[in-house]
Design a protein. Structure first.
Length: 398
């Protein structure tokens, strides 16, 4: 609207000067100026049509013999609008047509060549070129701003996705920690509750020992829960549960108390990357818990070894009456009463559960831990027993 009013007012002022022409300005001349301004109302939807009509209207105005209004002033706004909307070729073409036609007819009428070409032409060309350049500059700036907005939107969306992924990873890590810790603790508590029940009134010392183990396991479980709740309440502090291979004896004591002969061989060169050490501890803990809950054997072997590239570990339930690896002598069965109690507890825990003999969330959780670090985990039956093997790369895990 403002551009149209400006065009109409500017052209009307130039017409009022009454320079040249075969007759003076009249109402038609001023209506023509108003028409040029009115064309600007359609410039956004039809920029090329507005430009063409403006050029033809300029030719018609001069053909009618009205006072001179120049070349650039009447069509500058139309040239600007076409260039602003990306019609650069149409703008340049229209400017060239206007200049060529004007120069040709003025020279044909006998006007002085030096005045027409040497004096006026440069000003007209510069003004029309400036209008086209300004329109193209506005278009380019708007395109840059639009691209910047799109980039900002895409960047924000990517940040949201990354934040959601981090939250999801954190939730999965918390879920795995809780499953491994509580699964181990509840298995130990269930096992030793059965031991206490069986020995109560017959062997008070064994019953007290089982109850002490239950109390100790429950205390450790409450500590884990408190740390997890603290993490959930204050996520910015990230007070993650710290687990270490140095605490592996807490896992092996539970297996030993359940009647297993536990053979542990750990060869590490600390310090390990914290994620690798935590994953290794939780994998061993879950694997030993599965042995305590489901195995009918009497021996579990834990092997942990570190080299320059990775940490490898294995937890092997050798099955009933199996020999130890590496040339060891045949394993002496654990105390019969404790082994029987463990077996009875394991049977009671899994009786009526069709999933007891199938890989469950524990194996899936161990595999997720290994794969999240770029490692691998294999869990399979072997020679009447069960073995869990994992390889965790050290590079990039710090």
């Amino acid at each position: 609207m403002l551009l149209g009013a400006g065009v109409a007012a500017t052209v009307s002022i130039v017409i009022t000067a009454n320079e040249g022409g075969r007759h003076g300005p009249d109402q038609v001349a001023y209506l023509w100026a108003i028409g040029l301004g009115a064309l600007m109302l359609a410039r956004r939807r039809y920029p090329v049509v507005v430009l063409a009509v403006s050029v033809l209207g300029l030719f018609a105005y001069y053909a009618a013999g009205y006072p001179a209004v120049g070349l650039a002033v009447p069509v500058a706004a139309a040239l600007f609008s076409a260039a602003e909307h990306g019609r650069l070729a149409a703008s340049v073409g229209a400017a060239v047509v206007v200049v060529v036609v004007s120069v040709f007819f003025r020279l044909a009428e006998g006007q002085d060549f030096s005045f027409v070409v040497g004096y006026e032409l440069a000003g007209h060309v510069l003004l029309m070129g400036a209008a086209i350049a300004l329109g193209d500059s506005v278009r380019s700036r708007r395109a840059v701003q639009a691209d910047a907005r799109r980039i900002a939107e895409l960047t924000e969306a990517r940040y949201r996705q990354e934040a959601d992924a981090r939250v999801q990873d954190e939730r999965m890590a918390i879920a795995r920690d809780l499953h491994d810790s509580l699964g181990h603790t509840t298995s130990v508590i269930a096992l030793h509750a059965d031991v206490a029940r069986e020995t109560l009134g017959r062997d008070d010392a064994a019953a007290r020992s089982a109850l002490d183990l239950i109390r100790s396991a429950a205390g450790r479980s409450m500590d884990d829960l408190r740390r997890t709740v603290t993490l959930l309440r204050s996520p910015g502090d990230r007070p993650r549960t710290v687990v270490s291979m140095a605490n592996l004896d807490a896992v092996t004591r539970a297996a030993d108390a359940a009647g297993f002969d536990v053979d542990v061989r750990v060869r590490l060169d600390p310090p390990l990357p914290a994620p690798v050490e935590a994953a290794a501890f939780r994998i061993v803990q879950e694997a030993v818990t599965n042995v305590v809950r489901h195995s009918a054997g009497s021996r579990v072997e834990i092997r942990v070894r570190q080299d320059e590239r990775q940490l490898t570990l294995s937890v092997t339930d050798t099955g009933a009456d199996r020999s130890a690896d590496d040339g060891d002598a045949t394993t002496t069965p654990a105390d019969p009463d404790r082994a029987a109690g463990q077996l009875d507890a394991g049977r009671a825990d899994t009786a009526g559960d069709p999933a007891a003999d199938r890989p469950g969330h524990g194996i899936a959780g161990m595999r997720e831990r290994a794969e999240s670090l770029g490692g691998t985990l294999i869990a399979e039956h072997r020679n009447g027993g069960f073995v869990v093997r994992a390889a965790l790369p050290l590079a990039g895990s710090a």
